[in-house]
Design a protein. Structure first.
Lengths: 307, 354
């Protein structure tokens, strides 16, 4: 008797599980459909894109092309008539240079703050000094200060010392804006490491410097990775800081987000190019995200679940 | 020469070397004479090396002192660079922006509250303020709601990990990229033409008239907010999912035996249990909605009545070059954030580590 009840209950549970799974699948489809739409469109020719919806793409299998990506990466083709009336093909701004530019902006912006923040986190977690609490309280407060507040003052400083429109300027800016979060994440991690490690190191006569680089940094790799992934995606996807600090620079320094925004503004109806451009801008963060999701989530949780 | 003397001579060459590397690299990068790939590689090596050398030299310098003094100085060496940079980039700018917000366009003459008066009376600014409230409310409520629904569903489904990844995926996409994706969903053509935007295609297929989603105020704000919700739901989902795992399964089991339905369990047991996470997620999303600039800027550029505070701030500063007004808007955003700062500091002072 008992077993029969549990059996019907079990099958009831399995059924509700299936219904829930279906509901989740529906939600996932709604969430993924927009992205699929532009992915399909980015492989279609200009004519079919403007004459039929992307969901009809598989009715015209011959109209798939890689040319959109070619144009986006190496410059859009313009045909202008030359002096003698002959057609001359020129190419516009490329997404490839924007892609390289984004890498140039992102990598140092991720790497420079890491050690600075780790050292500070070590200082706050394991050393005692006057002003420790008030300085750390300052970092907590700065965690949520909107970076909008810094744009004009920093831009004025940059104009004075000649950093405006340089890569160095934007690296330092991202370092400055990323440091509170970096210090906070690393502090939370380093302060949970067992204190006995430090004590035994000092008995062996190590200096704080040795202790930090030989013990703390290797032990903190998971936290360092979390911050690195978080900062990578943040900097890569940033529009505002790039607009402000690289605005005076040449077009070859444009990053992908700025390039994509300009494309959306000027070529709002060239969907075949715009969608390909959007995918080029997303590909790297998507790869990083899918392969290192665990670290990103950890960084995100540490960065947002404050207090 | 024995080991001890060579150890003592170390600061003599390491410290100048550090200085030369830092200053030389700085100048070289500022001039921007190398090509792009070389610049990137150089910057990564230079950045890492100069940070390490800086700490190393400062440590060497400190070791020249007596042990007691060394111990007093060393903490400041570790925290110094970070504190100085944060001071330069965030703390001092806050004060400077506050001062600028009371100055005129170029930041020369004192104008008292003139800029704030502008912020709270100008018609465009009033639209921006209203829209910011709409963003804060709808953006947060729906992100949290969808995040919670997805988390509860995922927790009981057979495809938990896969489903979570798909919903979380937009978090890796830039707001500009998301803008392009949704611009395509909202694409509008006059009635009679083939609709290539999904939304209008569905509507015309059902016999309706195509709608210009982004061009009709005030509802277009909601369509912009939908993009934000699409992005932030994944974040809410991940946090809630972690919180759900911590809810006591015995309590849920007990409630089930008592005959409580799933919905009642959700309302009476699960939600009170994860209330802390709901507050944190809501706060984080509120902050993101307040500062959200990219979506409006790349989708409509603030036209058709979609201006928000953050986009107005950018325009005042970099289009109209009005430093006073730009700073005043930045200060208003900071004031809106200040309860969160205050709350975080209160929580922090309770911590035992300090």
């Amino acid at each position: 008797m008992n077993t029969r009840i549990s059996k019907t209950q079990q099958s009831k549970e399995a059924l509700s599980r299936r219904i829930i799974t279906v509901a989740l699948i529906l939600l996932c489809i709604v969430w993924t459909l927009p992205t699929i739409g532009i992915l399909v469109t980015s492989f279609r020719t200009k004519d079919v894109v403007s004459s039929s919806g992307w969901w009809q793409a598989f009715k015209t299998p011959k109209a798939f092309t890689l040319d959109n990506y070619g144009q986006v990466l190496f410059g859009q083709r313009y045909t202008v008539s030359g002096k003698n009336g002959q057609a001359i093909v020129t190419r516009g701004a490329t997404m490839l240079s924007a892609f390289l530019s984004s890498i140039t902006v992102t990598l140092p912006s991720v790497i420079i703050p890491i050690f600075i923040a780790a050292a500070a986190a070590y200082g706050f977690a394991w050393l005692n000094f006057p002003g420790r609490k008030i300085l750390f309280a300052m970092i907590i407060a700065l965690l949520v200060v909107p970076l909008q507040i810094s744009l004009i003052p920093i831009l004025r400083d940059y104009q004075k010392i000649g950093l405006n429109g340089t890569y160095l300027g934007i690296w330092l800016a991202h370092t400055g804006f990323g440091l509170p979060l970096a210090t906070y994440i690393l502090f939370n991690y380093i302060s949970t490491l067992p204190r006995s490690i430090l004590e035994s190191a000092f008995i062996d006569g190590s200096s704080h410097f040795d202790c930090f680089f030989k013990l703390i940094v290797p032990l903190s790799v998971p936290a360092l990775a979390s911050f690195a992934i978080f900062q990578f995606i943040w900097v890569w996807n940033d529009l505002l800081v790039a607009l402000v600090f690289l605005s005076g620079a040449a077009q070859k320094m444009e990053v992908v987000t700025v390039r994509l925004m300009n494309m959306a503004g000027t070529r709002g109806t060239d969907w075949h190019l715009l969608t390909a451009g959007a995918f080029v801008s997303m590909i790297l963060p998507l790869i990083v995200f899918l392969s290192l999701q665990r670290y990103f989530v950890r960084g995100l949780l540490a960065g947002s679940v404050k207090g | 020469m024995n080991a001890a003397t060579s150890e003592k001579l170390k600061p003599l060459y390491i410290i100048p070397l550090t200085f030369v590397i830092m200053a030389g690299g700085f100048t070289l990068l500022r001039e921007g004479i190398m090509n792009q790939v070389l610049t990137t590689l150089f910057a990564v090596v230079w950045g890492t090396a100069s940070v390490l050398l800086l700490f190393y030299s400062l440590n060497l310098l400190a070791q020249l002192l007596k042990t007691k003094q060394y111990n007093a100085v060393i903490p400041y060496i570790f925290i110094g660079p970070a504190v100085l940079i944060m001071g330069w980039y965030l703390l001092i700018p806050t004060i400077r922006s506050l001062i600028l917000s009371f100055m005129d366009k170029k930041g020369v003459h004192f104008v008292a509250f003139e800029n704030y008066k502008y912020v709270f009376t100008d018609p465009t600014m009033l639209t921006a303020l209203r829209n910011t409230f709409i963003w804060l409310f709808f953006g947060t409520v729906f992100s949290v709601l969808f995040g919670l629904i997805a988390a509860v569903l995922a927790d009981r489904s057979n495809i938990e990990k896969f489903g979570k990844t798909l919903i979380f995926l937009p978090m890796a996409i830039s707001l500009v990229g998301a803008g392009v994706i949704w611009k395509f969903i909202y694409a509008y053509r006059p009635a009679g033409d083939t609709q290539i935007g999904l939304l209008n295609a569905v509507i015309t297929a059902c016999g309706g008239k195509p709608h210009n989603w982004l061009g009709t105020a005030p509802a277009n704000n909601l369509f912009l907010i939908a993009i934000f919700i699409w992005l932030q739901t994944g974040f809410a989902l991940v946090v809630f999912s972690a919180a759900l795992k911590a809810v006591s399964s015995e309590m849920i089991e007990a409630a089930r035996i008592d005959g409580a339905g799933e919905f009642r369990i959700l309302i009476n047991i699960i939600i009170p249990d994860i209330a802390g996470s709901i507050v944190t997620v809501s706060t984080t999303i509120l902050l993101a909605a307040l500062k959200c600039f990219d979506i409006v800027f790349s989708m409509t550029n603030g036209l058709y009545g979609t201006e928000v505070l953050a986009s107005q701030q950018y325009k005042q500063m970099f289009k109209f070059l009005h430093y006073g007004r730009g700073s005043a808007i930045a200060i208003v955003i900071l004031l809106a954030v200040s309860p969160v700062i205050w709350y975080n500091l209160k929580e922090f002072s309770k911590k035992e580590v300090f």
